[in-house]
Design a protein around this ligand. Structure first.
Ligand code: NAP
Length: 259
């Protein structure tokens, strides 16, 4: 399928590895020029080199912490006028509801709610002026079904989801869509580190923890970054202009709900 976005420009945040990288790769495959970001310069540059050589698109890499004002300023200086924005950042750490301080909450809100909102505020006016734009926020399946030990994530992502629900309906008339992609368990460093947490808590080894978590997914496996990226590229495509303000689960059926 021709996604109809060849030659457009996208900013994909937190994209040197994992789901962000999967999105960047699927957009590059569709002929989209990229600005990609992550904190670690080495892995980011390696991803940029791969995307350029594999897909022949232009790729600008900006090593910065997207959750800080200075980091966002550096990224936005390299991406002042993009057609497509994919927001992403690392998720907050697991823990217990009674242990988190105000500072822990502020950090989670900064990373997973206020950063994507700031990026939308910076980049959507240009999209509106050009009458075309796509925003995809990488959130979490925890928006639909809370993960008890990830209370910081449950809280921050619920806030972003509420903001998107209203805002998507305000910008749609200008040809700009905002949607959220909700990953269930995917085979990335993040999932491996959460496997480690389960293993430690239960006194089992990491492969056993993974088996246990795979058993909770009807597909009986973790998702892949490539599958996630393909869904993202479709939402960013010219074909997806009527999909507005949706929260789309990619979880192998893990959330047990009829709708
Ligand atoms: P990952 O494999 O750990 O990759 C994270 C990527 O984000 C890396 O490129 C990392 O590079 C970059 N990054 C992290 N913090 C950043 C920051 N502050 N500024 C800029 N770049 C940053 O994670 P993932 O599995 O792809 O997860 C992506 C998001 O989806 C996370 O918010 C996660 O909580 C959520 N999620 C993941 C799953 C899953 O199963 N994988 C499930 C539900 C939700 P640097 O470290 O070099 O910055």
């Amino acid at each position: 399928m021709d996604l109809g976005i060849k030659g457009k420009t996208a900013l994909v945040c937190a994209a040197s590895k994992g789901l962000g990288r999967g999105c960047a790769e699927a957009l590059a495959e569709a002929g989209v020029n990229l600005i990609i970001n992550a904190r670690g310069a080495e892995a980011l540059e390696a991803t940029a080199v791969f995307l350029r050589s594999q897909y022949g698109v232009t790729v600008t890499a900006v090593a910065a912490d997207i959750t800080t004002d200075a980091g966002r300023a550096a990224v936005l200086a390299a991406a002042p006028d993009v057609d497509i924005l994919v927001t992403n950042a690392g998720g907050p750490p697991p823990g217990l509801w009674s242990d988190w301080s105000r500072d822990d909450f502020i950090k989670a809100l900064d990373g997973n709610m206020l950063t994507p909102i700031a990026l939308m505020q910076a980049l959507m006016p240009g999209m509106i002026a050009r009458k075309w734009g796509r925003v995809v926020n990488i959130t979490s399946g925890s928006v639909k079904a809370p993960i008890p030990q990830l209370g910081l994530s449950n809280a921050a992502r619920a806030g972003l989801t509420g903001f998107v629900a209203g805002t998507a309906r305000q910008v749609a008339e200008h040809g700009v869509t905002i949607n959220n992609l909700l990953p269930g368990i995917h085979d990335t460093d993040r999932a491996i580190s959460l496997d480690g947490g389960v293993a430690k808590a239960q006194g089992i080894d990491i492969p056993a923890a993974r088996k246990q978590r795979e058993a909770t997914i009807p597909a009986r496996r973790y998702g892949t970054a490539a599958e996630f990226g393909a869904a993202c590229a479709f939402l960013c495509s010219n074909k997806a202009g009527f999909i507005v303000g949706q929260n789309i689960l990619l979880d192998g059926g893990a959330v047990n709900a009829t709708i």
